[in-house]
Design a protein around this ligand. Structure first.
Ligand code: VG1
Ligand code: CO
Length: 542
């Protein structure tokens, strides 16, 4: 039986950088999840009888919302849902399933790198038929629907057994429970040279993959250990847990510090990697060297041809605006296009669909390609491995040689988390107001060449997205960028991105924070970070 249930709008359901993210108790309010899911359906057209993919990163409340989504899909007229077994589908795997089976779209339940548990974060996002995150036009339409919703539709069905692979019927709709790993593993096998990788592991190459008790565990186990023969124990923390073991599933130098320490230690394996809550981010650390994500995009692009999936070269590279310009130098050398987009994977979709870009990347540990329409943590790890195996070199050799060829873009991001929203807004407003007066002035002996509030004009659909981050560019190419995060759930997070280019090979082994010290100080002079936030240092440095 289909029921129409009366409901009242919640006014805070505006999707952020990657879907709607809130604390679990917020999602547990009466009809909160239902309202948002119905608003997604209300903003879409033409899905009657079509297929919807549903999966999540396994965090707390995942199973409950999956049941709601199935019952609501049935009531709203979908013909079929494909659900990852156990409610599991990594973000890139969901993107692939949507594409491979040409489904109408998918709902991914995740708050990505944010912690999970009864008092932590939950999230819902919608991906369209190209496998990519809903574009802004659609997320805006969903938000409008959430503000006006008065009822939702749900089918009265028994709880679906999502742990058993197979097909059942529910309220006239087909429910297929699928293996969450198989399709994805097959895709990876089609892109990378698994024979070469098997030989690499056979030769004694040792790596550490930390799944951080998040969704990539089953994927990494299957691909690295089962298919590629990496020794048992290569994957750590591979069992997805609803609270990620109480940690932040954020593969950065703060939350994966244990991995960093191991990789810098005397008994370091050859290669270390980690992924985030929903499997779309990657952390890459070679023996004795951390690869900053902006560099990783550039290095993967420069060497992509060594992997079978990219043997014909790249069409173009796209990076988010705050990501360093290291990839630009590679694109120029390859003679291919380089695109600068706002933060968030949704802006890469059009470029990928139009065949203008092949590899995309963000400074926030997101790298991916046209194989799906999301960033993809394990993909980046496998491409690195494929490159190391073919070149027969260590990660450190590849990195230092890259810097010698292209120069080094020293890069760091400083995050000030959980700042009071008013204080963060005041900082940004004040900065915006003085942008016009900055060019021509000098800070700490560095002359400001230009300053603006980044606006993106999508070359494919002509849409414009404004206020995507404040950039202050210095003469000589150094810059600082200021942005407020769109994924947090408590207060505001100020992100300060700092970059300086160093062509001189003899100066490529400085400590990053030392190399950027003047710019870091200048960022505070320009924006009054300390006085506005009341903090004297960032909470996270990556
Ligand atoms: C952050 C990152 C951004 C990334 C987004 C989603 O957004 O900066 O680069 O695309 O998270 O990543 P924000 O608005 O907080 O800066 V994920 O892995 O959380 O889905
Ligand atoms: Co993520």
């Amino acid at each position: 039986m289909i029921r129409t249930v009366a409901t009242k709008p919640y006014l805070d359901q505006k999707p952020g950088t990657s879907g709607l993210r809130k604390k679990v108790p917020v999602f547990q309010q009466e009809h909160y999840a239902e309202n948002f899911i119905q608003s997604i359906f209300d903003a879409l057209d033409g899905f009657a009888g079509k297929t919807l993919v549903i999966g999540g990163d396994g965090r707390f409340y995942n199973r409950e919302v999956i049941q709601k989504a199935i019952a609501m899909a049935a009531a709203n007229g979908f013909g079929k849902v494909m659900v990852g077994q156990g409610g599991i589908l990594s973000t890139p795997a969901a993107s692939h399933v949507i594409r491979k089976y040409q489904t109408f779209g998918g709902i991914i339940l995740s708050a990505s790198h944010n912690p999970g548990g009864p008092h932590e974060d939950f999230g819902i996002k919608y991906n369209a038929g190209n496998g990519g995150p809903a574009p802004e036009k659609l997320t805006d339409a969903i938000f409008e629907k959430t503000k006006a919703i008065s009822s939702f539709k749900i089918a009265d069905i028994d709880t679906i057994d999502i742990d058993t692979i197979g097909t059942v019927k529910a309220a006239g709709m087909t429910v297929e429970i699928i293996d969450p790993v198989a399709d994805y593993a097959e895709l990876m096998e089609s892109l990378f040279n698994f024979d070469v990788l098997r030989k690499l592991f056979k030769s004694g190459f040792r790596m550490r993959f930390d799944a951080m008790h998040a969704v990539t565990g089953p994927y990494a186990k299957e691909i690295l250990e089962n298919r590629l023969g990496a020794p048992n124990g290569t994957c750590r923390n591979f069992k997805p847990l609803p609270d990620f073991g109480g940690h932040h599933p954020d593969p950065n130098l703060v939350h994966a510090k244990h991995l960093y320490d191991e990789m810098m230690g005397p008994d370091a394996p050859d290669f270390g990697a980690a992924s985030d809550g929903d499997g779309d981010r990657n952390l890459i650390i070679g023996k004795g060297i951390f690869v900053t994500p902006s560099d990783s995009v550039a290095m993967l692009s420069a060497n992509a041809k060594l992997a079978p999936g990219y043997k014909d070269g790249l069409k173009g590279i796209a990076r988010s605006m705050p990501t360093s310009g290291a990839a630009d130098r590679v694109a120029h050398k390859l003679g291919i296009g380089i695109y600068e987009t706002p933060t968030g994977w949704k802006f890469f979709g059009n470029l990928l669909d139009a065949g203008m870009a092949t590899i995309c990347g963000e400074e926030s540990a997101g790298t991916g390609s046209n194989h799906v329409r999301e960033k993809d943590g394990l993909w980046a790890v496998l491409l690195w491995l494929n490159i190391l195996a073919v070149r027969g070199e260590s990660c450190k050799q590849v990195v230092t040689e890259h810097w010698a060829t292209y120069g080094r873009n020293y890069y760091s991001r400083h995050d000030y988390e959980e700042v009071e929203t008013e204080r963060a807004n005041a900082l940004v407003d004040e900065l915006r107001a003085k942008l016009g007066s900055l060019p021509g002035t000098s800070v700490r002996g560095m002359k400001i060449a230009s300053a603006d509030d980044f606006a993106y004009h999508d070359p494919v659909d002509g849409s414009t997205s404004e206020h995507q981050g404040i950039r202050v560019l210095f003469e000589g190419g150094s810059r600082v960028v200021f942005r407020l995060s769109g994924t947090g759930t408590t207060g505001a997070t100020l992100r300060v991105y700092i970059e300086r280019y160093e062509p001189d090979k003899s100066r490529h082994d400085l400590d990053t924070q030392v190399a950027l010290a003047d710019l870091i100080a200048a960022a505070d002079d320009i924006a009054g970070i300390r006085s506005h936030t009341g903090r004297n240092k960032p909470s996270v440095i990556t």
